[in-house]
Design a protein around this ligand. Structure first.
Ligand code: NAI
Ligand code: MG
Length: 353
């Protein structure tokens, strides 16, 4: 089968880590003749914005629609306001392509140390609601020209929106023999939107006998993530809560350099998009030292989504092998290797399997 992949490297370290992910995909292609890639790269990033005053062409989404999946680097550049890069590129793709599931595994790979004292292995997955919630552009600000200034930012929670993310998480739990789904809430203080979140989550949970729904206030949950991360298996969270929880989760298992994600349209009406959870990392951009594992792992999630679990496993085994050998390590994990060296090592480990 030939898989058509749209590649959006983006800004900063985005292109560096995406190059390594493609290196790995190309190596798979070389090894397995049933696996063919048709890659098309799009230069829609901040440089593009500075030239065209838009992050992507008007028919950008139409161009992307025909692909089987999207591999996205990261976006963000000091010359372009973040709200433009995010709202003109990432958000339209996530929202228009109904990628309402943001799947973020928080998984400690063997050989990577957690900053926590406990050595219980950390392995859970956060399903972040990805299409509505706190990340809405509804609202506005008022300034009376003197002293009164006010801003309102609306959160959109719909029953349909909560139902589909909760259902996805419970289906996942059922398939993986998980007995508990944890829901991040804050309905004690956010009494309208989060109450609806709770109500719908409970309704969905009622359809899954033998799987418990545990609702936990987001503030406490943040603390529990540090105190007892081993007690979580499947977590659902709103857009903002999920965003914060997963950066926290990433820190528990080696950091942003090793934390992948998939923006998934479960109905497969549109392409899904895979990206490391990190941003463009301007502090290390251009130095060639970003850790490519998060992006390579995201590519593995893409393979799984495309129905090639076999190849996803090959990639994950290669990543784990290189980590366990401990020879090629980027600075974020205490080593001195470059992005390219680590990408090469993983690609070579694929060939050795
Ligand atoms: P960031 O994730 O880019 O960086 C946070 C810290 O983690 C930095 O110290 C960075 O060096 C480190 N880091 C991130 N990825 C790494 C990797 N692969 N290897 C080693 N170290 C890594 O977040 P920050 O600094 O808050 O945002 C920078 C820009 O990225 C902003 O413009 C922001 O809007 C954008 N951003 C874009 C996202 C996306 O494209 N989906 C997601 C998050 C932020
Ligand atoms: Mg984030």
């Amino acid at each position: 089968t030939t898989y058509r992949i749209a590649v959006l490297p983006g800004d900063g370290i985005g292109p560096d880590v995406t190059n390594e992910a493609i290196k790995v995909l190309n190596r798979l292609e070389k090894m397995d003749e049933t696996f063919k890639l048709d890659l098309e790269t799009f230069d829609w990033n901040s440089e593009y914005f500075l030239k065209h005053n838009t992050m992507m062409p008007e028919d950008g989404l139409d161009q992307l629609k025909k692909f089987d999946a999207i591999l996205f680097g990261a976006i963000g550049d000091s010359r372009v306001p973040d709200e433009i890069s995010i709202w003109q590129l990432i958000m339209p793709i996530r929202k228009q392509f109904k990628q309402y599931v943001n799947m973020r595994p928080i998984k400690q790979l063997p050989g990577i140390k957690s900053p926590l004292k406990s050595d219980a292995p950390i392995d859970f997955v956060v399903f972040r609601e990805n299409a509505e919630g706190e990340y809405s552009n509804i609202g506005g600000s008022l300034y009376d020209g003197q002293s009164q200034e006010m801003a309102i930012q609306n959160t959109v929670i719909t029953a349909q929106g909560v139902e589909r993310i909760a259902k996805y998480a419970f289906e996942y739990a059922q398939k993986n023999n998980v007995r508990k789904v944890t829901s991040a809430t804050k309905s004690n203080a956010i009494i309208h939107s989060m109450k609806l979140w709770d109500t719908v989550a409970e309704k969905v949970a009622n359809n899954y006998e033998g799987i418990e729904l545990e609702s936990v206030f987001i503030d406490a949950l943040a603390a529990y993530f540090i105190q007892k991360p081993e007690s979580y298996e499947v977590v659902i969270a709103s857009n903002l809560f999920g965003d914060i929880l997963t950066d926290l989760g990433a820190a528990l298992v080696g950091g942003l350099g090793v934390s992948p994600s998939g923006n998934i349209n479960p109905e497969r009406e549109f392409p899904s998009m895979f990206e490391a959870i990190h941003g463009s990392a301007p502090d290390i951009a251009g130095k060639g030292i970003a850790n490519p594992i998060a992006q390579i792992w995201s590519a593995a999630m893409m393979l799984e989504h495309l129905g090639r679990e076999d190849l996803a496993t090959v990639v994950m085994n290669a990543i784990e092998k290189v980590i366990m050998q401990g020879q090629i390590v980027t600075p974020d994990l205490g080593g001195t290797s470059t992005t390219e060296q680590l990408g090469d090592a993983i690609a070579n480990a694929i060939e050795e399997q």
